[in-house]
Design a protein around this ligand. Structure first.
Ligand code: ADP
Length: 734
């Protein structure tokens, strides 16, 4: 449950609880008081009515008694009983008529004998005699019996009071009930639903009811349960209309009737209903008020809390863009400001950590050494880009793998195991492993422990792998080169010495022969110096001090010339050499000697690596923006994997002292360097055993280009005059 709901509930309990109790109490008291008042009122009406009805009944009974006690009537009755003659009967009839005349409210006065036979009557006997016989109360005869009857002649309810005169006769008086009806149908003080009813012994109303005019003596009122009620005590019951009513009853003296004063419960308690409705409304309004107040109050407290909660959640998710921003001075304001301050600190801390991490990432991924972070069981947690290169895959492939399985180390051809758990920093030199391509790699491995305590998932050690393969290969190449250079130098040197020795043997030779020997020696010396220049040029290329004398030069003429110059060597090796292309008129910006050297290198290689009987074809073509010079041979060709190393210095495919092929592995390196200085490129296509095609591409001449290279040269502020010297010419002849 949220604070807001709790607060509202608490306020409702505190505010409404006592109020509810008080309301219930007030309501109960009010409704009790009202009930009491209502029943008191009913009781007093019932008493008053009872008294009035009783008084009327009493006076009528007294009247009856008075008639019955008349001396004359008794005497005449005795005479009649002794001699029931017509004259005696007539005298009795007359007496009764006289009595009726003096009592106007009496309807009929009659005398009956013990067997119920009519003796005399104040009215003439009707033809049927029904009425008379019906009016008499059979079996009765006690003093002042009273009953209600309906007169069939006028349909009126009337009272018959009978009293015994002697053992042989009794008197019956029928009276009208107008007085009684007027009294009981007076509903004063009984509001809209109240009524007073005179109820007979057999639960019938004596007079028409207030809400049922034809109910007299017919309507059954037994649902009220009057016979069991206590006089003066209120009773709740259901009346003849089915209404819930409250009533009070009282017995009428000298009769077996009851006077009932009743009223509908709803009307009697109407004001308590109003009270209840009013209290309900008050309750409702107070509820609404309390909830409204609670909402306002809780808003005051919970809104800032919710705001802080939202900001804190965002901070937790790494979003620092939002802030609480409270200006209030209370404790909540303080808390809000603390959260904002915490957010600022956290954000700058994370920024710092991020930039540090980015720096580290850059360092890690730009370093040439393969770096692995491993956990306590040598599982790879992290690997940098160099490590990916080393393994020839992506770092993701090796995450979680055991480093023991990733690298199968060897040292001096023997399997070697590194203990990655060893404390401190350990260096393992001269290790090898075989990479995915199957190539052997020479490495140095450094294992540095980060944490001494072993803990799962935590970096335990950093393993750095330094790939020494390239430097080793260079080293090997350099060693090869030294042997090769020594060999290359020794060969012409031996020749020079031989020729000079032969020339020096004057006595054995003609002078002309001596000149030939000296010339041959000179040729070898030239080769020797060319070779040495070549080596020096490599040094200059490496140092960036190779000077070129750039000018407008006719490339076609240059190529044609070089091909012509090589014809002798080709013929010598029985190789057919052809040239297809223009003889002149194709200009470039370049250094004539250097460019010639490039073509010479390509051509001499083609001749050198082609068996006698083979073909070398040189072509010159215009291409987009420049020229393409192709040197195509039908020679030994170059293996695919060797092609990418071809232009590296000291690299030789068909090399080695024992191969019988001479060379330094520098020609293509120099050619490429020179070509690049001319904004050109050299590419190779070759198939082993079928031949190779080297393509030299150079941009055509433009004044802009010339101006540009000259400006660059001027800016260099170095020696502008090119050193005049002979470029190396490949030793094709030997
Ligand atoms: P080298 O002095 O050994 O000829 P280069 O740099 O000119 O040095 O050539 C490097 C290597 O390239 C050579 O040793 C040779 O094995 C290979 N090579 C160059 N040109 C050809 C070619 N036309 N046919 C076959 N192999 C060639």
């Amino acid at each position: 449950m949220k604070i807001r709901q709790k607060f509202i509930l608490a306020l409702l309990l505190i505010g409404l609880g006592p109020m509810f109790a008080m309301s219930v109490f007030a309501y109960m008291s009010a409704s009790n008081a009202l009930l009491l008042k209502t029943t008191d009122q009913l009781d007093s009406i019932a008493i008053k009515q009872t008294e009035r009805v009783g008084a009327i009944v009493q006076s009528q009974q007294e009247e009856t008694t008075q008639i019955a006690n008349q001396y004359e009537l008794r005497v005449n009755l005795a005479q009649y009983l002794a001699a029931p003659t017509v004259a005696n009967k007539q005298r009795l009839n007359d007496l009764l008529q006289n009595a009726k005349a003096s009592h106007t409210d009496l309807q009929y006065i009659r005398l009956f004998d013990a067997a119920g036979g009519l003796i005399a009557s104040s009215v003439a006997e009707p033809a049927s005699g029904d009425f008379i016989s019906k009016l008499i109360m059979p079996g009765s005869g006690d003093v002042n019996d009273i009953r209600a009857v309906k007169d069939p002649r006028d349909g009126q309810v009337k009272l018959e009071i009978s009293t015994r005169i002697n053992a042989l006769a009794k008197l019956s008086v029928v009276v009208r009930t107008d007085d009684l009806a007027t009294v009981t149908q007076d509903y004063t003080g009984l509001d809209q639903t109240g009524e007073t009813v005179v109820v007979t012994n057999d639960n019938k109303p004596l007079f028409p009811l207030r809400f049922k005019a034809d109910g007299a003596l017919t309507q059954d009122l037994s649902t009220l349960g009057i016979k069991n009620s206590t006089p003066g005590k209120y009773v709740a019951a259901v009346d003849y209309r089915g209404h819930d009513v409250l009533y009070v009853s009282h017995p009428v003296s000298l009769s077996n009737w009851q006077v009932v004063a009743k009223i509908d419960r709803d009307e009697a308690l109407a004001s308590t209903m109003t009270l209840r409705a009013t209290m309900g409304w008050i309750f409702f309004i107070v509820c609404v008020f309390i909830i409204g107040m609670a909402l306002i109050f809780t808003r005051f407290f919970t809104r800032p809390i919710l705001r802080m909660e939202r900001v804190a959640r965002r901070i937790g998710g790494g979003d620092f863009s939002d802030s609480v921003g409270f200006t209030r001075k209370d404790e909540i304001g303080e808390l809000g400001r603390s959260i904002d301050a915490m957010k600022d600190n956290l954000s700058s801390l994370i920024r710092g950590i991020n930039s540090q991490r980015e720096r580290l990432e850059v360092i890690l991924n730009t370093t040439t050494e393969g770096i692995f972070a491993i956990d306590e069981s040598a599982k790879v947690l992290l690997a940098n880009r160099a490590a990916e290169v080393l393994l020839g895959g992506t770092a993701k492939d090796i995450f979680g793998k055991d480093l023991h399985d990733v690298f199968a180390w060897q040292q001096g051809m023997q399997p070697f195991t590194i203990n990655y758990q060893e404390p401190g920093i350990k260096t393992y030199e001269n290790l090898q492993f075989t990479d995915k391509q199957g190539a052997k790699r020479y490495v140095k491995v450094i294992v540095a422990q980060v944490h001494e305590q072993l803990q799962a998932g935590r970096t335990h050690a950093i393993v750095t792998i330094h790939d020494e393969t390239a430097s080793r290969e260079l080293e090997n190449m350099k060693t090869d080169f030294v042997s090769m250079a020594a060999h290359e130098l020794r060969t012409p040197l031996t020749a020079v010495r031989g020729y000079l020795e032969m020339a020096s043997l004057k006595e054995q030779q003609h002078e002309a022969d001596a000149v030939v020997f000296v010339e041959k020696a000179l040729k070898n010396v030239n080769e020797l110096s060319g070779l040495i220049n070549n080596l020096l040029d490599v040094t200059r290329i490496e140092r960036g001090t190779l000077m070129l004398d750039m000018d407008k030069l006719d490339m076609a003429e240059c190529v044609a010339q070089v091909v012509e110059d090589a014809r002798f060597s080709a013929d010598d090796r029985e190789i057919s050499l052809s040239y297809s292309g223009p003889q002149n008129g194709k200009y470039i910006v370049g250094d004539l000697i250097a460019v010639r050297e490039v073509i010479n290198n390509l051509l001499s290689n083609a001749i050198k690596y082609t068996q006698p009987g083979g073909k070398v074809a040189v072509s010159f073509n215009d291409v987009d923006g420049g020229y393409a010079i192709k040197v195509k041979d039908t020679g030994v060709g170059i293996a695919k994997e060797a092609q990418k190393y071809l232009f590296n210095k000291f690299y030789r495919v068909h090399g080695g002292l024992d191969s019988g092929s001479n060379g330094t592995g520098l020609g293509l390196y120099i050619a490429k360097s020179i070509t690049e200085r001319h904004d050109g490129a050299i590419t190779v296509e070759s198939e082993e055993g079928k031949g190779s095609t080297f393509t030299l591409s150079l941009p055509s001449f433009s004044q802009e280009r010339l101006d540009k290279v000259r400006t660059v040269k001027d800016d260099d502020n170095t020696n502008k005059t090119r050193r005049k010297r002979g470029w190396v010419t490949k030793n094709i002849a030997r």
